[in-house]
Design a protein around this ligand. Sequence first.
Ligand code: MG
Length: 281
Amino acid sequence: MKKVLSFDIDQTLNVAKTPIPEEIADLLIRCLDHFEICPISGQKFDQFLIQIVNPMLERGVKPTQLEHLHLFVAQGTQYYRYANSTAKKYNLGAVSIKMTKEHPYAKYNENNWEQVYNFPLKPEEVAKITNAIETAAKELGFWEEDKLKKGDEIIENRLSQVTFSALGQKAGTEEKYAWDPDCKKRNQIVKRAKEIAPEFDYEVGGTTSINAITPGMNKQFGMNKLLKELDVKKSEILYFGDMTQPGGNDYPVVQMGIDTITVRSHEDTAYALRGILGVID
Ligand SMILES: [Mg+2]
């Protein structure tokens, strides 16, 4: 019997870099009554709140359900869990509203989340990776600085990993899909970056991204931490991801021998979740 449903985010629960659709939010909320739910992705903590937690709040998730949601941030090199004591104080549902220009309706309160652990990269490691990827992309003609929106950046330090996003974070979805649909550009950048700074691992993910990490700090690291933190066995986990092929950022999970469902989009994930809930509900 599976106890944990674990999910990649981009292209597995959502259209890359956007909040999960209502249907996925509803299905995940129902799943929280039966499973521990563990999204694991290369993204930063705030993106987990914006893309996953917020839509679930909007669809009426309860604090008791959120206790079963575990956020494995930056490929699981950081782990956040819901801090119910704080939530009680704030009476979640009417929490203090965090309003920003980009997210005027954000309801989440980051104070309701407790960081359990964090394994950041050292500054000199960040500098080496940044140089390797930038050099590789420039040599190959894939450094698209002129296409960036104001204030955006191609290489971002996500603390536990460095991420290359060819068109930046703010580029439109369509533009991103069109940039490297067959992963050929990114595979070339990875090959060259590996020659320049071979001590790091480079993984292709999302639609325009490459994640660089110290060896072993990939989803396998995150999943091993998940096993320990949640006190479960590999056989009790079912994982969903779209990049399960060798070289993809979900592949380390496959290699661990964890049962994996390969999806092409959140529609596939919704289909599988409806099947799972149909059996147990
Ligand atoms: Mg993905």
